[in-house]
Design a protein around this ligand. Structure first.
Ligand SMILES: Nc1nc2c(ncn2[C@@H]2O[C@H](COP(=O)(O)OP(=O)(O)OP(=O)(O)O)[C@@H](O)[C@H]2O)c(=O)[nH]1
Ligand SMILES: [Mg+2]
Length: 317
């Protein structure tokens, strides 16, 4: 039996250290994923995947901490993936998560994992997808993914999550406007956090107005819930709304549709990464630089170059 098989076996039997190792292996090296995923794929598809996104500092981790307590009260096993696009090297926000969720770090039925994006979106999606699979195969009932609402990542979350919570805070002013671009459509539930500070009703009104203008979800009215990340109040309502949304997904058959979208996303992500990796194996950084210079000084155009490169790229398409 290979050491990978041993590790997979240990993970399936509930060894948290093995789970951590497997996630690291898959994060660092795609060929590990190509070995591990086929051996765990059949054990996945049971967890409810919840995405939570919103501006930096809006209280996402504080809310996750409260939600984890709700799940644990019901005896459910929880996985948390905190994606940190802001500080790949300093680990600042990761440290913040550790402080925010510290009461759960010692709970054996809660597994918290932070991931830095390292500016690699495609890679992030592949790694996140594989981490979700590992947690799912490990037997987690729910997997919560926290991402800072910063561009593409928050829109991508919708492709991996069953239920998406969008967090906003009252004093955001213009930020509510920036939420508009794409984010209203992805939210299944809206949390107005820091509801203890002024302007909460105005914020709710603004969200409601924007929801009126955006595309409706068939058979689901997105609730707007006041939360207090620093107090227990509100978290229960949010928890109930998440359960309600899960019920709606199952009863309406949307769950199946989401699974198909997810399958497609997985395929595209893996293919994209495979292509990019092979591309860089085929063309050196120096050659890429030379080609880019030719485009810049109008010696050649990108399509012309690709035409020339195709014979070399053929072997992996
Ligand atoms: N007043 C008030 N402060 C809150 C509330 N919820 C969270 N905070 C505080 O807001 C700060 C940021 O909270 P986090 O939970 O770390 O926010 P986050 O969105 O996870 O932050 P990043 O992951 O860094 O984007 C912390 O100091 C919290 O204590 C709330 O409801 N009211
Ligand atoms: Mg956080």
């Amino acid at each position: 039996m290979s050491s990978f098989d041993e590790l997979i076996k240990s993970m399936i039997s509930g060894d948290r250290r093995a789970l951590g190792k497997i996630i690291t292996l898959m994060e660092n090296d795609s060929s590990s994923s190509a070995y591990i995923i086929p051996r765990i794929h059949n054990l996945t598809g049971n967890a409810h995947i919840v995405g939570i996104t919103g501006p930096p500092g809006s209280g996402k981790s504080s809310i996750v901490d409260k939600l984890v307590s709700c799940y644990r009260k019901d005896g459910l096993k929880v996985g948390v993936i905190a994606i940190d696009p802001t500080s790949p090297f300093t680990g600042g926000a990761i440290l913040g998560d550790r402080i925010r969720m510290k009461q759960h770090y010692t709970d054996r039925d809660v597994f918290i994992r932070s991931m830095a994006t390292r500016g690699n979106l495609g890679g992030l999606s592949e790694a996140t997808g594989n981490t979700i699979k590992a947690l799912d195969a490990f037997g987690k009932d729910v997997i919560i993914i926290e991402t800072v609402g910063a561009g593409q990542v928050e829109v991508d979350i919708v492709k991996v999550a069953d239920t998406v919570i969008v967090v906003s805070v009252p004093s955001m002013g213009d930020s509510v406007q920036t939420l508009k671009a794409g984010i209203m459509e992805i939210g299944d539930i809206f949390a107005v956090n820091k509801a203890d500070i002024e302007g909460v009703e105005k914020c709710i009104l603004e969200i409601r107005m924007m929801l009126e203008l955006s595309e409706k979800k068939e058979g689901w009215i997105q609730p707007i819930i006041k939360t207090y990340g620093n107090k227990d109040e509100g978290a229960n309502k949010l928890y109930e709304a998440i359960k309600e949304h899960n019920k709606y997904l199952i009863e309406s058959g949307h769950n199946e549709k989401k699974r198909i979208i997810r399958g497609k996303t997985e395929l595209v992500n893996i293919l994209q990464n495979l292509f990019i990796r092979n591309l860089y194996k085929t063309i050196s950084e120096e050659e890429m630089e030379e080609l880019a210079k030719k485009i810049a000084n109008r010696e050649k155009d990108p399509y012309m170059i690709i035409e020339e490169l195709i014979p070399r790229l053929k072997k992996f398409v």
